[in-house]
Each structure stands twice: as structure tokens, then as C-alpha cells.
Design a binder for this molecule. Sequence first.
Ligand code: PGI
Length: 468
Amino acid sequence: CDTEWGGEDMTVSAEKSYEIQDSGVLTFPEGFVWGAATAAYQIEGAAREDGRGPSIWDTFSRTPGKVHAGHTGDVACDHYHRYPDDVRIMRDLGLAAYRFSVSWPRVQPDGSGPANPRGLDFYDRLVDELRENGITPIVTLYHWDLPQTLEDRGGWTNRETAERFAEYAAITHARLGDRVETWTTLNEPWCSAFLGYASGIHAPGRAEPALGFTAAHHLLLGHGLAVQALRASGAGKVGITLNLSPVISDDAEAAAIVDGLQNRIFLDPVLRGEYPADVVEHARRFTDWSFVRDGDLEIISRPTDLLGVNYYHPQTVAARAGEPANPVYPGSEGIAFGGADAPRTAMGWPVQPFGLTDLLLRLARDYPGTPLLITENGAAFDDVVEDGEVHDVGRLSYLDGHLRAAHAAIQGGADLRGYLVWSLLDNFEWAEGYRKRFGIVHVDYGTQRRTPKDSALWYSEVVRRNGL
Ligand SMILES: OC[C@@H]1[C@@H](O)[C@H](O)[C@@H](O)c2[nH]c(CCc3ccccc3)c[n+]21
């Protein structure tokens, strides 16, 4: 594959530097962590129960036209009440770990001030249920459900939100830290900033390119302040989860712009303590970066113990004169997106497992010393329940290919510690609502019946064997 990286000469040789083994037995390292991932707003429901306050996704999903068919997270998978059943499914599948997010508006309904004890009580119950079933909890503190009250004050475009986030982190760790060892601060700040504030595609639905950069910085500052708060509270392992995509292009300049806006704008501040110079320059037409204050980058780059990697597919781009900017990549005029020659998932995303190997090897090369954890990888396909079974061959094949790609990266020297499939359950897929299913377990939203799909049964075998 001819993958171009941005910045220094990152061209991966045209010849692959690795081989994805597509047959035979593959064994993962001893202690490799196998699990699944979800997020609060996507599965919990109970949107107004036990004192939970409104989040920007409660507001956004009620805004006409923003979410498919006006779907909301009011009920979702009713996980708030059905979590014992869901934990039992994970136990029966033999999963070792479960990544879930804590709902900030459950813990602090207005995003600040004293904790709502009943909100924390739910996570107490969940963590205890997981540990009683031999499953390690991995907590995401922020998976997009910002308390609406904070958005009313500017949300992530307001620096104070970063400070509120650190307070929320401290409160949550104080309650759960004796039983939760692994914490990630943010899930995908790129989505929060560039889907939420630059393009309006996600909550809070603001569409001003400049705000994407301001929000990105305050999200990163919130990450750094939360890391400080977690360390002060005695946290074990702390990290951040980023959605990262290798960029495939014949045009090095287009590749560098997209790689910078998607990947390096977050990787470099967190792992190198600086914004990439080419991105700073590129964004000058939108922002003067005056929101960056002395000392911010030192806070943002506080040492962490792991990097959560969410990978779904590469970005294929080409230079094309006259192409309008892609709103989630401010300043991308003249760059055409898409065009990968590959099978597609139900999201229209290309199935290109080699992109995961390329990504992991690039991280190992450019950001050495940071243990990696695949915190999300998975696929949506249109599933059908037939006689109580779901033969999701497309998803099973996607997962098989990506596990082989992950194994190739480990063989190539990547320090990959685990893999968490997205997602345990079919759930609320943001702007797509419930029409896109990523779960290895099917959810009938009318009855709330769970049905492990063929991919779940296959994955359970992979976990048992620690390999393919
Ligand atoms: O779209 C599948 C999953 C979401 O359900 C997760 O909540 C989120 O963490 C997540 N990130 C990505 C890649 C970035 C992306 C997210 C949403 C829409 C388009 C791209 C895919 N996913």
C-alpha cells in the first residue's frame, strides 16, 4: 500500500514492510487484553432517571433533522436497568475487559458543583457487577455527552469547561478509583471539536471552522487538567482515546493536510507537547491561536500510560482543483475524499485492514514508548435475526481481517496491549440513530432482547484461544 504520512518524510515504502498473515494460527502475546466497548449515551437510556441532567446529545437529538428519524438516547438499550444481563453476556463470552463511559450529566447534572450520589451509585453497581464476573472495567470519562448547562456557557469553546472537566474527573475517580485502574479522559476530541463545533454534524451542532480549533484546544486542556486530577487522586493507568486514520494519497500535500488535521493535531500536543507547525500555519486563516496560553502545552502533555486507538478505516484523498472544503477538515479546499477501491460497510466505510497495521506501525515509529490499546474497531452491517440467530458474516470477516492486521503490527514491533471491539451491543449510532448496528450482540429495541451474533460466538473463541 502506498501510504503517505504528513510532516517529515513519512512515506511508507510502496512495498509493504509487513505481511498480514491470512491463514494459519495466529497467537497474540501472553496477557493480551480482549474486550468490548460502549458509551453511556448510546446504551444507557434512563435519560432522566436518578437526577441525570440534560446533555448536548439530549438537546441535539431533539432538534428536528439532526438525527435519523428523530431517534434519541431516552431509552436506547435500557442498559441502566439491564446491566446485570449485559455483564452476564460478557462473562459468557469470556471477555476480560469492558470499556464504558461515565455520563458526566449523571454525576454532575449541571456540569459543576456537588456530585449527584444516585448518578455515581449506578457506576458503583456496574463496576461491582463487572468485577464480580471477572471483567476489568476501563472507564472513559467523556464520550461526548457534555452537560447542556456548560454548553449554554460556550461548551468546549469556553476554557472554563476544561476546568469543570478536571473537577468531574476528580469526583468520579474518588468514587470508583479503588476498583477502576484504567482511565481514559476523552473519547475522540477530533469528533467533539470538528463534528460538533466546526461542521455541525454532531452535538452541539455549531458550524464555524474556527470554533473547531478553539474546542480542540480546550478539550486537550481538559485532558491535561484531568490527568493531573487523576494523578492527584491516585489513579493507576491514564490515557486518552483518539480516532486515527492513516491517509492514502498520491498527493503528499493533500495527505499532509488531512493527516495534520485528523491525527497530528492531537498526537503531537499530547505526546510531544507541541502543536505541529504545519497545522498551526494551515489554520491561521481561521484562527490566531490566541486561545493557547503559556503553560497549556505542558499541562496537555502530562505523561500518560497508554494511547487508546480507535480505528475504522484509512482516509483516501486526492488533489482535485475546485473541490469545495470538507467541513470536518477546515481549509481542505482542493482535496477530494473517498475513492478507496474496497468493500464497504453499512456506513459506506471502506474495509481496509492494512490501514490498521500501517497506523500502529506509524505510532510505534513516530511516538515511541507509548503502549497502545485498540479501544474501538468494528463495523456496521444490516443484520437480520433468523430463528434466533444472526449470521453476520460481513462483520465477522471485518473483525477477522483487522485482528490479523493488528497481529501483523505486533510482529512489526508495535507495543499493542489489547483489543476492544466496537461494540458489545447494537446502540444509538449518533446522527444515524438506531438504523446502524455495530454490535456483536443484536438488540431488538422493541423487546430489548439481546441475541449474540455469529461474530460474538466467533470472538468468544478468539478470546479463549488468545488468537485466530
Ligand atoms: O461510528 C461507530 C463508533 C461510534 O459509535 C463511537 O461512539 C465513536 O467513538 C466512534 N468513532 C468512530 C470513528 C470516528 C467517527 C465517529 C462518528 C461518525 C463518523 C466518524 C466510530 N465510532
